[in-house]
Design a protein around this ligand. Sequence first.
Ligand SMILES: NC(=O)C1=CN([C@@H]2O[C@H](COP(=O)(O)OP(=O)(O)OC[C@H]3O[C@@H](n4cnc5c(N)ncnc54)[C@H](OP(=O)(O)O)[C@@H]3O)[C@@H](O)[C@H]2O)C=CC1
Ligand SMILES: N[C@@H](CC(=O)OP(=O)(O)O)C(=O)O
Length: 363
Amino acid sequence: MSEKLRVGIIGATGMVGQRFIKILADHPWFEIALVAASAHSAGKTYAEAVKGRWKMEGDVPEQVKDMVLHDAANVDEIAPQVDFIFSAIKLDKADTRKLEEAYAKAETPVVSNNSAHRWTPDVPMVIPEINPDHTDVIKYQRERLGTSRGFVAVKPNCSIQSYTPALSAWRQFEPTQVIATTYQAISGAGKTFKDWPEMEGNVIPYIAGEEAKSEGEPLKIWGHVDDEKKAIVPADDTVITSQCIRVPVLYGHTAAAFVNFRKNPTKQDLIDALESYTGEPQRLGLPSAPKQFIRYMTEDDRPQVRLDVNYEHGMGISIGRLREDKIFDWKFVGLSHNTARGAAGGAVECAELLKAQGYITAK
Ligand SMILES: NC(=O)C1=CN([C@@H]2O[C@H](COP(=O)(O)OP(=O)(O)OC[C@H]3O[C@@H](n4cnc5c(N)ncnc54)[C@H](OP(=O)(O)O)[C@@H]3O)[C@@H](O)[C@H]2O)C=CC1
Ligand SMILES: N[C@@H](CC(=O)OP(=O)(O)O)C(=O)O
């Protein structure tokens, strides 16, 4: 590859924005051309803006330290300077939808972490290993927006990524009912223990809006592009119910899940399906693709957050404790990294897929 694509990060100063900076500091296809955040940060250098709130391991990467932050609202100023945008802004949903579409209409594709557009019917919500074909809907979105290259694509909520990959590997056995309880890290709320000391030794049984996302988003991911409706139609053959709990962990969302199937897989069928599950990112050799998307751990006390969260650089999913249940058919535990696979890493892999498919190009 000769030239890297120029990427702008909006919301670059937050927890997810910082993870984007870390991942993209040394990316073979993309280079950080511009950083933006709220009007409050605009005009500061990146290093000044994150002073005292840099939450990543290691120092702020050299190449962004002296970059001057833009106000993300200045679409006309930002769009001409970049080939595409990663969005990690935290704004209310209506404003986010408007801002992300403004970039798309300025012919600048947006790959977003924000939940605002997840249920826009012609916006693909992509886990590249699972539903890479959903990007087919982009042609209909471009038709609606009147663009030739601009569009919005999103990655799903972080907590679903600890159980949805396993259920996706098991779609062939026709899962009908699922209970998923998630144990979510505080970085999911953009926080560390320093910012949120009440979380030390504590458990909070409420994360606003999370249960609806946990129950609904996998269905869109398992849906299909309907050419008549020019939209993604969610699957309706699985019902998920969930409870989402905040726990005193910095990185790593764990899920304890129960599942009923229409078919009758054995334990070995289920393990084989996990271990052999592979997708477009592996086939295409995308730079962020884990070699092994899902691993099965046989030890009784795994996966553990401390030992396993960074599996495949935080891009792999660890599953364990698969066993028969008295009420449901099977139960298991899953773990994923919420700011890597679950946020910035998942979005970067999605952008790599979009580039490989020809949707993101140099301007
Ligand atoms: N943390 C996680 O694990 C996950 C987060 N997400 C989503 O990613 C997004 C970012 O989350 P997170 O990084 O945790 O949030 P943070 O609160 O850590 O960061 C928010 C970012 O948004 C910027 N921002 C705030 N107000 C505005 C504004 N008016 N205009 C432009 N930018 C603004 C902030 O800039 P400034 O510094 O100037 O205030 C900052 O860069 C959210 O939508 C979140 O729901 C998705 C999956 C997982
Ligand atoms: N709500 C998640 C993080 C998040 O931002 O989710 P979403 O991308 O769906 O808004 C958590 O607190 O762990």
